[in-house]
Design a protein around this ligand. Sequence first.
Ligand code: NAD
Ligand code: AKB
Length: 316
Amino acid sequence: MNRTPNILVTGALGQIGSELIRELVKKYGKNNVLASDIKKPFSQMNGVDFVQLDCLDSQAVQKTVDSHQINQIYHLAALLSAVAEANPQKAWKVNMDGLFNILESAREFNCSVFTPSSIGAFGPSTPPDQTPQDTIQRPTSIYGVTKVAGELLCDYYHKRFGTDTRGVRYPGIISNLTPPGGGTTDYAVDIYYEAVKKGHYTCFLKPDTNLDMMYMPDAISAAINLMEADPDKLFHRNAFNVTAMSFTPEEIKKSIQKYMPEFSMDYEVDPVRQAIADSWPNSMNDSAAKEEWGWNPGYNLDTMTRDMLTTLKKRL
Ligand code: NAD
Ligand code: AKB
């Protein structure tokens, strides 16, 4: 981007938004970042401006973008896979109508837009190993349906109106600041909290369920680096496969046991989340992101485990 970004983040109080805001403020300064969410924040957000904004209210979205002279939007407001499956009608509204309202304001006020897609955009007929960038996308969860439709809608706005839309297909994100919002990959966050608090975790996915994952610092740099990438180099826009590691519950257990040998785990499988996980890839191929904008994750399972346990032991 040539312009100084004046950024709006929707869903800013969620797992990713709460950490993205910090990095955006570090990079662009407080005066260039406006946080928003349908909820109110519990505390002052270190002086960052906050506006309560429901993405389903198109006029409020338009007014916010206009009055704050926004020229870049990170649209994170959404319902995640497990929550979405419990209320598909609401998931369609939030994930689709919310995105539509953001894209319409972006078109009108000439904003660039980052919208995360997910490994959820793939389904059981997708090649599960080294899942290619361009491949079959027939997801079976409502979350996945909205993610594929969202990718297509963002590409449409780029092609039809020239709106600068960009996105990644995130894997499960692991972090220690804000708890995850109700997804299928949440076990890989919960396990660290329970390891530190109780030395034991009961996992809701089967021991051999392989899924792509990523530590939060890499997820944040993926978003910011993609938004800063030279548009001429972007052949794909919505959305790039990005991954940092792929593991099963048994493998993350062993990784924790390297640092906490007494840690134990058992299983009580949740059939809804297991079915969703079984429909997602085991591991994605993210070479397009590497080639087109230099994607390069910094953490693997071992370095992430060390950092998660050190941070949580200090805090809990
Ligand atoms: P989250 O559930 O933690 O946060 C979402 C936020 O959106 C919440 O704070 C919620 O209050 C807000 N919200 C809900 N409805 C809203 C509305 N109508 N208007 C405004 N705000 C509303 O989610 P997250 O994990 O931070 O995910 C952000 C984005 O990244 C989503 O699009 C999600 O699908 C995607 N993603 C996340 C992961 C992950 O592992 N966290 C993985 C893949 C993709
Ligand atoms: C979920 O499990 O719903 C998210 C995701 C991978 O999209 N964490």
